[in-house]
Design a protein around this ligand. Structure first.
Ligand SMILES: Nc1ncnc2c1ncn2[C@@H]1O[C@H](COP(=O)(O)OP(=O)(O)OP(=O)(O)O)[C@@H](O)[C@H]1O
Length: 902
């Protein structure tokens, strides 16, 4: 087990540690600080260690490095050994040491580093300790330890503070300087504990009361820790120096004969370095997606430890002259050192059993020898030949230590605490941000609410003010303009009368000319038809005689008879058709005659009513009116009816031929205009046929004339009910909805207006859409239509009023409920006198019932009533309006409120 030695000039090299390549400068290399040194990398069979074989270590091999340092002769040795040469001779350049056996013989040893008595503290640190410190900074554990005889400079090498001369600073001070320079105290931490092992008791040099600290071993990792030791955070070098001074003060030092300042305990400085390193993304998922909210890196923490051990002196007891308590101390020291020696021997020899548990020192240094730490050992020796034995023993200790192989392993783990702290901070920030946003949103909503409320109030206020102003203004303007209008009306009436005379004359001339040409054209057609009929009759006669011939027994076969029969049937059908056409033409002729007669009469009478009345009359006469011709003769249309027969005419209403159908319906309409015919038409099913025409035919003209005929029939109360029973209101409503032609709308509106005058039909008219249909016809804006609508409304209002005063009906007017009031008010002052009169009457009827008063006030009808009471040209209506105004409490109150006299 002994180191290689050179005897009798033979050079013997030290036995190389098992499993490691020796390199002369092996203190220097620094381990790669890569995280790849972590779990999962290179695996090799573990060498023996103080703690036994590694079970789960992965790492890189790292042999214990050993340097030898020679102390210069002290003052005593300079005197006492003045005549003697040093017991050692150093060859630093080849890292060898010669230990003299005598004047001619020496043993030679190789070390990792050979430090002469002239080696500066700086150099010692750099070649021995600095690589270890760098490893610690990279995340590995590290140990720097001194071993040697009392007084050979162990404490000098490690613990000098350099108070007087900074060049004297020892390894502890320099190591801390480097550590502080490398770490970031914002994220990293340095903590220190300082202990001494004295007579197998671990004492806290930073807190001497704490004098029995236990060693705790992690059963899984085998890591050794001293949880009872004081841990002090180091923030700066000064702070550290104070701690060292404090520790030194507490370190027990007993005087011995050999060294008045001899350390009687093993001093252990532990520097814990905890460094944060960025790891991989903490929230990475298998497919690489990450949380969109929080993406911190998974923090890794490297926890490493630098252990600096200043062993007590390894002198021989008999030499030291120890006795009593000091002897006990010496025994204890020797015991622990010899336990360390034994362990190192066992490790050096790769022995199966390493007696770690023999002393607390070996338990504490379990990781430093054969463990995971990078370890540097400095063996200190003195030059005195008197202590050659101790020197030799120290050298051999160093040689054996060089054989110990460690497996360096990075101490890295996830910093869950830090991660949790970071996440908590982030969460707090998010919560605070969320609360801030929520508050600002709530504030904003509140502000918007307040603002909108104030705007709404302002708008309401402005609106009310504007409304009030406008009302007053209108009232004033109204009163003022009444007079002006009166004046204008008088002058307009005079002018219109003059213009109307001119217009009527022009129109009559045009109509007369057009009717004359139409009459002569129809006459020609009739003559042609009569000629054709005569020819047809002649042909029938010829065919009849031919048939008689063929019926003779000698006639040719049945085929010819059949053909002739067919011809005969066809001729008969043709004949009927010609007859129908003749009827139609005759009816047209009669109509034309009637129109011409009437026009002529109008012109002769010089009927100078307004153009509307005249046009209406002409048009009505064309379509539906059939009156006495003034000379007592029956109208031609009645004669036609007698000639052809009403039943026959009604049959023609269903003719397939559109032209015949149109002429037939015109004839029926003319007949229906005569009161004496109305009952006959209805009895013969004419009403049903006319309604059928409304239902079936798309042709607008047919529907227009049919509606006109129905309107004529609807003048009779019995017929009105029949029309309703046969669904006439619905059909008239549909016709009104689809019609474009104002004349069609006029006919429909006229028919409905007639129905509106029937007390019994009020509700039905409403429920079957009659009132809506009537109001709908105003869309065309034609005065004829408006006139019919106004008439219908007046009829309806009159019926309602009658029923209400009889107590049969109560409640709001159906006209108001159907939304007729705005139209009534809007057209109440229409320039057309018939329209105006009808509406004025309707308003008076509506106003007679208090239940309608409120709607009339809000709808503006009150003002129209006031106007009617003042301006209406008809005295009866004027009086009626006044009566209603004075009898209605609602009207009275409103007029009082508006300060209007009536
Ligand atoms: N390399 C050196 N250069 C100059 N003086 C030294 C050197 N080494 C040691 N000394 C001096 O030698 C004396 C003893 O040194 P030191 O106390 O460090 O020895 P030690 O090995 O720690 O002894 P002990 O084991 O008894 O504590 C001290 O006065 C110290 O200053």
């Amino acid at each position: 087990m002994s180191s290689g030695a050179c005897r009798n000039g033979n050079h013997r090299t030290a036995t190389r540690p098992h499993g490691s390549g020796f390199r002369p400068s092996s203190f220097k290399p620094r381990l790669p600080p890569s995280p790849s040194h972590g779990p999962g990398d290179v695996r090799r069979s573990s060498p023996a260690s103080l703690g036994g074989p590694f079970k789960d270590s992965d790492g890189v091999p790292g042999r214990v490095r050993v340097a030898v340092r020679l102390r210069p002769r002290n003052s005593e040795e300079l005197v006492a050994d003045a005549d003697f040469a040093d017991c050692v001779e150093l060859q630093p350049e080849v890292k060898r040491l010669k230990l003299r056996k005598n004047n001619w013989d020496a043993d030679t040893y190789e070390f990792d580093e050979v430090l002469t008595e002239y080696a500066s503290q700086k150099r010692v640190y750099e070649v021995v300790a600095k690589p270890v410190v760098e490893s610690v900074l990279d995340g590995y554990n590290g140990t720097v330890m001194t071993y040697g005889q009392t007084g050979t400079g162990k404490t000098f090498t490690l613990g000098r503070l350099g108070d007087e001369d900074t060049a004297d600073r020892g390894i502890m001070v320099r190591a801390m300087e480097d550590i502080l320079a490398d770490v970031d105290l914002g994220s990293d931490s340095i903590t220190v504990s300082y202990l001494q092992l004295y007579m197998e008791t671990i004492q806290d040099l930073l807190d001497p009361i704490n004098d029995n600290i236990s060693i705790v071993e992690d059963p899984k990792t085998g890591d050794v820790s001293l949880p009872g030791a004081t841990l002090v955070d180091i923030r700066d070098q000064q702070n550290f120096l104070e701690l060292l001074r404090l520790g030194e003060a507490h370190r027990i030092a007993a005087n011995t004969k050999l060294n008045t300042e001899s350390s009687r305990s093993h001093a252990i400085l532990m520097v814990h370095v905890k460094r944060s390193v960025a790891g991989e993304d903490a929230f990475s998922t298998e497919n690489g997606n990450t949380s969109h909210l929080i993406k911190p890196l998974r923090p890794l923490v490297r926890k490493s430890k630098l252990v600096v051990v200043d062993l007590a002196g390894s002198e021989r007891i008999h030499k030291s002259g120890s006795e009593g308590h000091t002897l006990e101390e010496a025994k204890s020291i020797n015991l622990s050192l010899s336990a360390l020696g034994k362990c190192i021997n066992a490790l050096a020899e790769n022995s199966a059993h390493v007696p770690v548990r023999d002393s607390k020192l070996t338990r504490l240094l379990k990781d430093s020898f054969g463990g995971t730490a990078r370890t540097s050992l400095i063996v200190t020796i003195g030059p005195s030949p008197r202590h050659r034995g101790e020197t030799s023993s120290t050298i051999l200790f160093g040689q054996r230590a060089m054989k110990v192989e460690n497996m360096l392993k990075i101490k890295e783990e996830f910093d869950y605490k830090s991660l949790s702290r970071k996440l908590e901070i982030q969460l707090d920030k998010l919560i605070a941000e969320n609360e801030r946003l929520q508050k600002s949103f709530e504030g904003e909503i509140e502000r918007i609410n307040v603002e909108s409320q104030s705007r709404i109030s302002e708008v309401e206020r402005n609106f009310a003010e504007a409304l009030e102003k406008e009302k007053l203004k209108c009232q004033m303007e109204y009163m003022k303009s009444v007079k002006e209008l009166e004046e204008k009306m008088v002058s307009n009436q005079t002018r219109n009368h003059r213009d109307d005379l001119i217009d009527v004359k022009r129109i009559n001339e045009g109509i007369g000319a057009s009717i004359s040409s139409e009459v002569s054209e129809i006459r020609m057609l009739l003559n042609t038809e009569i000629a054709r009929r005569k020819a047809a009759e002649d042909e029938i006669n010829i065919l009849g005689s031919q048939l008689a011939q063929y019926r003779h027994p000698e006639a040719d076969g049945d085929t010819e008879i059949y053909r002739l029969r067919k011809n005969l049937e066809e001729e008969i059908r043709q004949k009927r058709k010609y007859e129908e056409e003749a009827i139609v033409l005759r009816s047209q002729l009669v109509q034309m005659n009637i129109e011409a007669d009437q026009t002529r009469r109008c012109l002769e009478r010089g009927d100078l009513g307004d153009a509307f009345t005249l046009n209406t009359r002409v048009d009505q006469s064309r379509n539906m009116q059939l009156r006495e011709n003034g000379n007592g003769q029956k109208p031609s249309i009645a004669a036609l009816s007698e000639q052809v027969g009403l039943h026959k005419i009604l049959t023609l209403l269903e003719s397939e031929d559109a032209t015949i159908r149109i002429h037939a319906v015109k004839v029926v309409a003319n007949l229906a205009a005569e009161e004496v015919n109305q009952a006959k038409i209805v009895e013969a099913g004419g009403l049903t046929s006319l309604l059928m025409l409304l239902r079936r035919y798309e042709d607008e003209m047919v529907r227009r004339v049919a509606a006109g005929a129905i309107a004529n029939l609807a003048m009779n109360e019995v017929n009105q009910e029949l029309i309703m029973v046969q669904g006439g209101i619905g059909l008239l409503s549909v016709t009104a909805a689809n019609a474009e032609d104002p004349q069609t709308l006029r006919m429909v509106a006229g028919a409905i207006a007639n129905l509106c005058g029937n007390d019994k039909l009020q509700m039905k008219l409403r429920t079957e859409g009659g009132i809506k249909a009537l109001l709908g016809t105003v869309r065309c804006g034609h005065p004829d239509v408006l006139s019919q609508v106004a008439r219908g409304i007046a009829n309806f209002a009159k019926c309602e009023s009658r029923l209400a005063s009889q107590g049969i009906r109560s409640g709001r007017s159906l006209l108001i409920e159907e939304g007729a009031l705005p139209w009534i008010v809007h057209n109440a002052n229409d320039e057309s006198a018939p329209i105006r009169r009808h509406i004025e009457l309707a308003l008076c009827h509506l106003a007679q019932h208090e239940v309608n008063a409120k709607d009339m006030v809000t709808g503006g009808a009150l003002w129209e009533l006031v106007r009617i009471s003042r301006d209406c040209t008809r005295e009866d209506i004027r009086n009626l309006a006044r009566k209603t105004l004075s009898s209605s409490p609602t009207f009275r109150a409103e007029l009082r409120r508006l300060r209007v006299d009536y």
